[in-house]
Ligand binder design. Structure first.
Ligand code: MN
Length: 485
């Protein structure tokens, strides 16, 4: 763990964080009905009688959703429970027409697992997974459409969620964000959740408590439904400070559920924390226990793709990349595929530099993903190939990159058409070097006692040739002419 203690008036405090992530299953139908799932449909257009809680309607479990939960469990190196069951969690809310949520309290489908999380600096830590269970989402109450009324949209009602509960294994806001980022990358690689936080398809409940280093767990507060990395970090920082101030003033933390207000950057009390018994959980009599066959689990295991952590390690080893570059390039399947196509048979480190710094930098500045790159992977690879073989300098390559971005042809075509080929021909460069030395006899004399001043001469030749001279050749020529070894 990195040193992330909070310095209070009375000494240091440690933050303890556990997360409950709700991940919407990437399914086209709901968990217990055949109604469609989709973002942007008209209000109440995707609601079956089951989702609307009509009396006498019976839920039918969606096999695809179960498969995604098992897949995710396997990706988390977790126990898959051969038998699980569904419970009713009873509460009243206008956007919950059934009067209960079907969830899995006592016997979740997935048990204990672990996720290896990598920080930006390449160091890693492990977060224990307590469980993953399947449950329905509620509908939405819309309070801001009318000054006098609240509207209810049930399109989301009954949508399948995987609730992934971590152990309180994180000690800083950065580590909590890194955990969610790693989890999102895993879910996307598995294809079990699209991880779109803006649409609310991945949202986190953050449990925050503080304690003196070495002491037992303090009382925690739960911050509900935080849906961006930035908000997760801001909410934690604010909440931990709030708790430290209360404790240092001699107060006590009340266990409660809080909301994060992004506009004010603060958390505020929403309701006192309910206990499981407040919800009168009981097994849903409409649903039989869910029993999985070992053979089916093994079939799913055999179908798993290469997981992000394994791919990150492979990229670092096979291509000799830094932990950072390997992390960036494996954060999305499309990026990894792009890089591997561009790197085929080339200097992979150089391809990684161009992909991470130039291409991804440019794409993110324009808020585009790599799938929308105007430069195909083969073209970027070709550009790096031209640098490798000495046809163009790295500096000229930047100019070529701009033209490739504008869609002006292949790398070789651009270089030939624009006459950008690097001049390595000694004869052609000799004349320029001699002329320069003749015109600057004092500087030439000075270089003999101060060899690092040769940079000025190299710069002048580069300027003279419009950046096309091969700097290594120019350097060698100058050294020979000026008598430096
Ligand atoms: Mn839940």
């Amino acid at each position: 763990m990195t040193d992330t203690l909070i310095q209070g008036r009375t000494g240091p405090w440690e933050i303890v964080l556990g997360l409950e992530v709700h991940a919407q299953v990437a399914s086209r139908a709901k968990l217990f009905s055949g109604a469609a799932v989709g973002f942007g449909a008209g209000p109440n257009a995707q609601v079956s009688t089951v989702d609307a809680g009509f009396p006498g309607m019976l839920p039918v479990l969606n096999r695809f959703c179960v498969e995604q939960a098992v897949k995710t469990g396997l990706g988390l190196n977790a126990q898959i429970h051969r038998t699980s069951r569904f419970d009713r969690k009873n509460y009243f809310y206008p956007d919950l027409p059934q009067g209960y949520q079907i969830s899995q309290l006592y016997h979740p489908i997935v048990g204990e697992g672990a996720l290896e999380v990598e920080r930006d600096d390449g160091s890693t830590f492990t977060v224990g997974i307590e469980r993953l269970h399947l449950e329905q989402d509620a509908g939405k109450s819309i309070h801001d459409m009318d000054p006098h009324s609240t509207y209810v949209d049930l399109n989301r009602s009954g949508t399948a969620l995987m609730e992934i509960v971590s152990r309180p294994d994180m000690r800083s806001a950065e580590d909590a964000a890194a955990y969610v980022r790693t989890l999102r990358t895993l879910l996307r690689a598995l294809g079990t959740c699209d991880g779109d936080m803006e649409k609310g398809n991945l949202r986190a409940d953050v449990n925050v408590s503080v304690r003196r280093p070495g002491e037992g767990l303090g009382t925690r507060c739960e911050i509900k439904n935080v849906n961006s990395f930035r908000f997760i970090m801001q909410a934690i920082e604010y909440e931990a400070r709030r708790q430290v101030e209360i404790l240092e003033d001699g107060g006590k933390i009340t266990q409660e559920t809080r909301l994060f207000d992004p506009g004010r950057g603060e958390t505020r009390s929403m309701r006192s924390k309910e206990e499981a018994h407040d919800y009168r959980y009981f097994p849903d009599p409409d649903l039989l226990p869910l029993v999985l066959e070992e053979a089916w689990i093994e079939e799913i295991r055999a179908s798993l793709p290469e997981l992000p952590a394994a791919r990150r390690r492979r990229f670092a080893e096979q291509y000799g990349l830094t932990a950072y570059d390997a992390g960036v390039l494996t954060a999305e399947d499309e990026r990894a595929a792009y890089f591997e196509r561009a790197a085929g048979g080339r200097n992979a480190k150089l391809v990684a530099n161009w992909t991470v710094n130039d291409l991804l930098g440019r794409l993110s500045a324009e808020d585009r993903g790599i799938a929308e790159s105007p430069i195909p992977p083969e073209t970027l690879g070709e550009l790096v190939g031209l640098i490798e073989e000495g046809t163009i300098s790295s500096k000229i390559a930047k100019t070529v990159f701009e033209k490739l971005w504008a869609g002006e042809g292949s790398a070789r075509e651009v270089v030939e058409r624009e006459g950008l080929v690097q001049v390595s021909d000694t004869g052609a460069l000799e004349a320029a070097v001699d002329k320069l030395i003749a015109a600057n006899p004092d500087k030439a004399e000075a270089v003999k006692s101060k060899p690092q001043a040769i940079g000025w001469f190299v710069g002048q030749v580069m300027k003279e040739t419009g950046g096309k001279a091969n700097p290594a050749v120019v350097n060698a020529l100058l050294r020979a002419r000026l008598g430096i070894d």
